[in-house]
Design a protein around this ligand. Structure first.
Ligand code: ADP
Ligand code: MN
Length: 375
């Protein structure tokens, strides 16, 4: 797609996700009608249902990347030819969003979809503002496919059921799908990691846009091979093998725990079924960004720095763009991947997902307790 380039860092999922090349604030990935419907419905609910929203973090909406709309590969042709600036693309995405939210029947999937031409979903880029991010994608749930989804073949149900029973998905309702860390090749650190790191599942890569920025990529087999006995070691590798000093490492982990607690409370009140969705965590390894934050600065639980500014006040826009980058947090946690999610009104909470969040919380709390021994 014109106006978009390959995303610099991806933890897992289908390769080929994109970021808009003008501002870098927008993320686009190949999606499906079900995911677009879910974003649309949760966003629409957020606009109409002010009862449910007690505080920031109490609504699923708060934990999702902001949803800008869909782009269809065919429909975008005109736009591509018009050397369009990002602002207009944003406008288009918004119009699409509006068009979809109008009418009571926004939930139905009867909008025309070109066959064999999947739509892109356009979202807030969760890596925007981070210079040297470490990222991790943790898939939630022991049931990975929706038993009520008629489009899923028996073969796929069985295949994914097997992935579940042979991994930590089945035992603890969480599985590391992939992670990418900044500059911490594990062999160089501690022999203990030998038990979880197979050379063929881990590789060192350079940031294509910034040579000499080295990352370590852990593929999906890394996460599949982990067990309940050693998954904590993988999280230790993620949070504690880097250039941050110990106090900052602990701050990041503590903030993730705080976030998971609020997310857990939110999910208790969320009536939805989210199969194969993920928790996506990011933290900054650029020491300058850490040092430049004011003394006493603390990351918010939920990032609020996404500027979906649609007013024409040029001064305000300039002000916003001057401040950009500084307003990004040093870490964040979101839920992503709603390709197999649906609302479930009056059906209660999603235990499949909640159990995963609970187990993740337990592991992180243990890790925090252990952490004084490896500073
Ligand atoms: P898939 O259907 O391919 O599994 P996901 O939604 O799980 O798609 O996303 C795949 C990967 O893309 C994630 O692991 C993450 O690295 C990245 N990603 C997803 N959403 C965003 C976002 N809003 N901003 C930045 N990166 C994202
Ligand atoms: Mn995914």
């Amino acid at each position: 797609m014109e106006g978009y380039k390959q995303v610099a860092h991806q933890a897992a999922g289908h390769p080929g996700a994109l970021v808009d090349s003008s501002s870098g604030e927008l993320f686009a990935k190949l999606s499906c009608q079900q995911e677009i419907d879910f974003y649309t419905q949760v966003s629409a609910k957020e606009l109409t249902d002010d009862e449910g929203h007690e505080y920031l973090g109490s609504s699923l909406y708060d934990w999702m990347p902001k949803f800008l709309g869909r782009l269809d590969q065919g429909i975008t042709k005109d736009l591509e030819n018009s050397s369009m600036v990002n602002q207009r693309e944003l406008e288009q995405a918004k119009q699409d969003l509006e068009a979809m939210s109008i009418g009571e029947d926004s939930s139905s999937s009867n909008s025309p979809m070109p066959i064999g031409d999947k739509p892109y979903v356009v979202l807030q880029n969760l890596l925007f503002g981070f210079n040297k991010p470490s990222i991790i994608d943790i898939k939630l749930g022991a049931k990975l496919t929706d038993p009520k989804d008629p489009t899923i073949s028996e073969d796929k149900h069985q295949r994914l059921a097997k992935v579940s029973t042979t991994t930590t998905s089945g035992s603890w309702n969480i599985r590391i799908c992939g992670m990418k860390t900044f500059d911490n090749y594990p062999q160089a650190t501690e022999a203990e990691y030998d038990q979880i790191v197979n050379d063929q599942d881990v590789s060192q890569v350079e940031d294509p846009e910034a040579p000499h920025k080295n990352y370590v990529v852990f593929n999906k087999f890394f996460g599949r091979n982990l067990t309940t006995d050693n998954i904590k070691l993988a999280f230790r590798l993620f949070f504690f093998e880097n250039q941050l000093d110990h106090v900052r490492q602990v701050q990041v982990l503590q903030k993730m725990i705080d976030r998971l607690q609020v997310l857990h409370n939110c999910l208790i009140d969320t009536e939805a079924r989210m199969f194969s969705s993920s928790i996506f965590m990011v933290f900054e390894n650029d020491l300058d960004r850490w040092n430049n934050k004011e003394e006493g600065y603390e990351d918010p639980l939920i990032r609020e720095d996404f500027e979906d500014s649609d007013d024409d006040d040029e001064e305000e826009k300039e002000e916003i763009s001057r401040n950009k980058g500084d307003t990004a947090p040093l870490s964040s946690l979101n839920m992503i991947d709603f390709a197999h999610s649906r609302l479930a009104p009056k059906k209660g909470c999603d235990d499949n997902v909640l159990d995963g969040v609970e187990n993740l919380l337990k592991i992180f709390e243990e890790l925090l307790n252990d952490s004084h021994s490896f500073c």
